[in-house]
Design a protein around this ligand. Sequence first.
Ligand code: LMR
Length: 331
Amino acid sequence: MGALSKLAAILALTCAASTAFATCDDGEVVVRFSHVANTDGHPKGLAARLLQDRVNAEMDGRMCMEVFADSTLYNDDQVLEAMLLGEVQMAAPSLSKFEAFTTAFQVFDLPFLFSDIEAVDAYQRAPEGRTLLDSLQPYRLQGLAFWRNGMKQMSANVPLEMPGDAAGLTFRVQSSAVIMAQMEALGVVPRPMAFSAVRDALQAGVVDGQENTWSNIYGQKLFEMQDGVTETNHGVLDYLLVTSVRFLGGLEPATRDQFLTILREVTETRNAAATAVNEEAKQAIIEAGGVVRELTPTQRAAWVAAMAPVWDQFADRIGPEAIAAARRLSD
Ligand code: LMR
């Protein structure tokens, strides 16, 4: 799509959405927050809703937040451009989706780098993680916080027990070179596509499998089109809560301080609950008749070995210090 028609499409979507959600009063700073996940039973959806509820209750008359969930406004590959155009003020794409701007987030996509979600949390709180929040400033974007989802699992229309089971299949992936390489290491054909398209693509047989967190697999009912979900915990899917430098800088200092305080508190509360939300989603998949496969230590070692070449491919670009820090915090 050309730049002008892209802009026209963005504006058309924006007008339609603002008609439907016009609840803010005159004089309030309007914060439009667009994301692609469902709300109930989803770490990001629940965090966005809590943020909206608190801002609207505690900052009434000064700030008003409207959350557009479920890709109703933008996909992740559109939302940052829309933010720079001033059409939305907040978004929370997964860390894998910042590659067009910087390779600094690729460390989160390296398979089997972080031992678990606690190690990811420790990295995000460490200086290595904190500096990433400012890494998008050259693009006039400001990271505000890391929002947690959790570890990714693999699913396909055939049982996945050993890595060879995936060879020859086509998997939907997020648009990340590391994740593409990870799939290629398995002999899988990676197919990047928007999150909102995955269910239909699985149903139509356009792709055979996918990787995602329990909450995304349950939220989009992806397990219904799959033979089963294998608990690989091979990678992480977290988010960068992001705004524009211009929006943040334009707020009155007192308004900005209160907004950032609420945001910090919501982040702590909801990040602490994310693992439980994913565990509930996993149980819900089982209760709905979905198959969940656990790996034996031997099977797991085979998945680790199959994906190991990806480290060599990306180590220089990601930087040995970042990888060493992630390993240290995983011990
Ligand atoms: C995906 O595209 O699979 C995820 O980034 C969606 C999300 O926001 O959790």
